[in-house]
Design a protein around this ligand. Structure first.
Ligand SMILES: Cc1cc2nc3c(=O)[nH]c(=O)nc-3n(C[C@H](O)[C@H](O)[C@H](O)COP(=O)(O)OP(=O)(O)OC[C@H]3O[C@@H](n4cnc5c(N)ncnc54)[C@H](O)[C@@H]3O)c2cc1C
Length: 312
């Protein structure tokens, strides 16, 4: 059985999420090839070749793939799968993975499985449904099994230790239906939200964007934490929407998650309840977040957070 893992990267570095996907692929068992579709991405292919457990790296290096336009990359993957006879295609459950793989499934005329959190056997997987309130066990009899993998459910394989060969993929897939215009990337001095060990999140309770930064930045600075938010805080414009944690935001499972002024709606819990230690700060002792919190502090965040910072 051969498995094609789609590398997530920015043409310069391999995104850590790919290591979690390789870990899921190892649970299935079989030869693991990693496809790097990019432009000037040799350095990414070289990094992928060093990943433990990878037997082959396929590098499709062309300007068409510079910005991961889903239409072009999906067409490329479908061609590679047909040519190489791959039985599985796996990618991270990130915006990029979720943008590309459904198109691959459509091109190959198979169904797909999203958000795999457990590999039960070669064709049986677990995935959350109803915002993580129930877990479905799904079996696929498709000729090609296509799935996105929730990174937080699999410990990453080692980034070093492998010595796979890098092969060049000759064919170029231009779907001809989209072109890259521009991108605006928020530059963060803090760790990336989904990879951070500690996350400090603020909700509607922080009151404003100004107060979010006034109260939460010193805490995040002290802890070296990434910053997150509830959807209510994002919708109110306190912080950009890539801060959002939850069902329709990012899924995180850090060692420590601090939910400050967040009530704990199920859609928020869906994004953070697998965190190892959860701390809630809320003025309402009945707030639902307390039901998943390991520690909770009932109080006004405007006084208790600065007090906490002063004691750290
Ligand atoms: C389809 C769908 C998808 C959704 N996806 C997401 C998602 O991905 N992520 C997400 O977060 N939500 C999501 N939501 C929204 C979700 O249902 C909630 O509306 C949202 O999470 C509430 O955000 P909040 O906890 O910040 O606000 P609120 O529910 O208003 O809670 C604010 C909390 O702050 C506390 N508070 C207020 N002032 C203070 C103070 N001074 N000190 C201490 N505590 C204080 C209050 O007691 C309260 O508990 C989704 C909803 C739907 C329908």
């Amino acid at each position: 059985m051969s498995i094609l893992v789609i590398a997530e990267h920015n043409n310069q570095a391999l995104n850590g999420a790919t290591l979690n996907v390789v870990a899921a692929a190892q649970k299935i068992g079989g030869d693991i090839a990693v496809l790097v579709a990019g432009s000037g991405a040799q350095v990414v292919a070289d990094a992928a070749a060093k990943v433990a457990g990878v037997s082959k790296v396929l590098l499709a290096d062309n300007a068409l793939y510079a910005n991961q336009l889903a239409e072009n990359v999906a067409k490329l993957i479908a061609d590679v799968v047909k040519e190489g006879g791959y039985k599985y295609v796996l990618a991270a459950s990130t915006t990029t993975g979720k943008n590309i793989l459904p198109r691959v499934a459509a091109l190959l005329d198979v169904s797909m499985i999203t958000d795999i959190i457990s590999v039960e056997s070669a064709n049986t997987f677990k995935r959350p449904i109803y915002a993580g309130n129930a877990i479905a066990t799904v079996q696929s009899d498709e000729a090609v099994i296509i799935g996105t993998v929730r990174g937080t459910a699999f410990d990453p394989v080692a980034a070093e230790g492998g010595s796979a060969a890098v092969e060049t993929v000759g064919e170029v897939a231009d779907a001809g239906v989209s072109s890259f215009v521009n991108e605006e990337i928020v530059k963060l001095d803090r760790p990336e939200l989904t990879a951070a060990r500690i996350v400090v999140s603020g909700g509607r309770g922080v009151g404003s964007g100004e107060n979010y930064h006034k109260v939460l930045d010193p805490l995040a600075d002290k802890l070296g934490a990434a910053q997150g938010a509830s959807r209510a805080a994002v919708d109110a414009g306190f912080v950009p929407n890539d801060f959002q944690v939850g069902q329709t935001g990012k899924i995180v499972a850090p060692d420590l998650y601090m939910a400050i002024g967040i009530s704990g709606a199920i859609q928020h819990l869906a994004g953070m309840k697998d965190s190892k230690v959860i701390v809630a700060i809320n003025k309402d002792e009945e707030a639902p977040i307390n039901s998943v919190a390991d520690y909770w502090l009932v109080g006004d965040l405007n006084t208790v957070v600065p007090e906490l910072v002063s004691k750290l």
